[in-house]
Design a binder for this molecule. Structure first.
Ligand SMILES: [Mg+2]
Length: 264
């Protein structure tokens, strides 16, 4: 069996929840780093730039740089740079997303006749105006339809809040068009980015996350080892019913050294 030589951690519900580090997160990350093993953090959340998530990790006791955090927005920008580097886009998202897209060279517009790409994102200010602009652009002006992520909900302290899947569904249901590209997990691009950055073969990487349909599906499809933690949205009883099974089911991240590092 190949030893684990690189770690890919989801953030929300895995490493932290709201403003607190989950049990064992600080110690586990410190132990992995003390062994000289690379790790990256991946997040589907497009609400803030990677620098903000890195600052949060650092504040919670897990020192991190912006490069250590791979977001769905970084992957989406890489997609635009390959396919349409100066495209006119309409982001259904919050201001930090607009800023990231603008800084990457994309042109922002809310004129349906000029929109080339509608970007659906996790947007806590989603409203009928944005829905209608995107609807007009996609249905009547041939705009492409892409998304940062397709999570149904986002775990927060005390529960969950609705995420980008609902916004994608609103547009698909009304335009009869399907989203063409989703940047975040389980997209293979986000794990490819993580693996390339660490320089470790994918079959020697462990993906750790709290969500079966994103973290675990992505890890398995790419050929990585997978560990589901029960500190986020997935309960133990959900695992038995799932089509895709993780290699490990852990109460929390603190069990990683015991189950994984004993091989080394
Ligand atoms: Mg998560």
């Amino acid at each position: 069996m190949t030893n684990i030589r690189g770690f890919i951690f989801d953030l929300d519900g895995t490493v932290y929840l709201g403003e607190r580090a989950l049990p064992g997160a600080v110690e586990t990350l410190a132990e992995i780093r003390a062994r000289g093993l690379p790790c990256v953090f991946i997040s589907n959340k497009p609400l803030e730039p990677a620098s903000a998530y890195a600052a949060k990790l650092t504040r919670l006791g897990i020192p991190a740089t912006p490069r250590d955090v791979i977001t769905s927005v970084r992957v989406l920008i890489a997609y635009f740079q390959r396919h349409a580097p100066h495209a006119r886009v309409f982001p259904i998202g919050e201001p930090p997303l607009w800023e990231e897209l603008r800084a990457a060279g994309l042109q922002l517009t809310d004129d349906p006749a000029h929109i080339e790409y509608v970007v659906a994102a996790f947007d806590r200010t989603f409203d009928y105006r944005k829905w209608n602009i995107a609807f007009q652009a996609i249905k009547f002006h041939g705009a492409h339809f892409v998304a940062t992520n397709a999570d149904k909900s986002c775990p927060v302290d005390g529960g969950e809040i609705p995420d980008c899947a609902g916004i994608i569904a609103a547009l698909e249901a009304t335009t009869d068009k399907k989203v063409e590209f989703v940047a975040g997990k389980p997209s293979p691009l986000i794990i490819q980015t993580a693996v390339a950055q660490m320089g470790v073969p994918v079959n020697a990487c462990l993906v750790v996350g709290d969500r079966l349909e994103t973290d675990i599906v992505m890890g398995r499809a790419a050929g990585a080892r997978t560990a589901l933690v029960l500190t986020g949205v997935t309960r133990r009883e959900d695992v038995a019913r799932a089509d895709v099974q993780p290699d490990y089911v852990l109460e929390n991240i603190s069990e990683i050294p015991r189950v994984v590092m004993q091989w080394q």
